[in-house]
Design a protein around this ligand. Sequence first.
Ligand code: ATP
Length: 154
Amino acid sequence: MSLPTHIDLQIVTPDRLLVREQVDEVEIPGSRGYFGVLPGHTPMLASLAVGELWYRKGQEKLYLSIAYGFAEVLPDRVTILARLAERAEDIDIERAESARRRAEERLAQSKSDVDYERARTALSKSLMRLQVSARLPGGARMGELKRLRDTARG
Ligand code: ATP
């Protein structure tokens, strides 16, 4: 049997199908660390952490922020079922910045009613979104452009 030459990548969240493409390589934020997948990979199932996922089509690399769920890897197919996933260009940078500030303020408090675990999770999601959005060349931040457009429209 010949080895597959591509990977059919699907990235699905509870509310949408975000990616369905033929790609050459994927890197996945597994809960035990990042791992790379090339065509012909051994079948495996992995749980996902909060992290950055990228996939490559030829020379082009595309980035997403991902949080929680599962990855099913087959020699010619990768399926990502993620609780949260956003393409770099859809990330609202200001929203992520304010989520980061909020989480940092909560973590700095020493009150008994602060849910530190929740604040830590919010912090890591916001930092991940900021990291992924920074992968874009300056002009391509669609989330930012959309927000500016909406603000301008009132
Ligand atoms: P916030 O505190 O800003 O609401 P959150 O971490 O509580 O952020 P989540 O529960 O992680 O939000 O996500 C809720 C929904 O909003 C998801 O669909 C997620 O993809 C989307 N989302 C959250 N933050 C951003 C962002 N900065 N840019 C684009 N989409 C986002």
